[in-house]
Design a protein. Structure first.
Length: 94
């Protein structure tokens, strides 16, 4: 009885669920595409969020493969990536 319902649900779910980023994550990517040497503290201040929330949002972007930290925490820089692995230059208002 439930197996039939389960198969109907599975057939309605798309194979690829789009990965969506929120507004703050988009702002992070915009700012880092303009200045890839910004620190988490600077980003948090520019966007108006706590350092902890900034770290959470950056970790989400890193987990999705959209953001990569290159080098050391002090002298490194950020790479903003597309899902395909290419560098991107985001444009748009904050």
């Amino acid at each position: 009885m439930f197996a039939r319902t389960d198969s109907k649900i599975k057939s309605k779910v798309p194979d690829k669920v789009p990965e969506v980023i929120n507004e703050n994550q988009h702002k992070i990517m915009l700012l880092l595409s303009q200045n890839n040497r910004l620190s988490l503290s600077e980003l948090a201040q520019m966007i108006g969020m706590s350092k902890r929330k900034m770290l959470d949002n950056v970790n989400v972007l890193k987990d999705k493969g959209l953001l990569i930290r290159v080098g050391s925490p002090k002298s490194g820089y950020w790479q903003v990536k597309e899902k395909t692995g290419k560098n991107i230059n985001l444009k748009g208002p904050l």
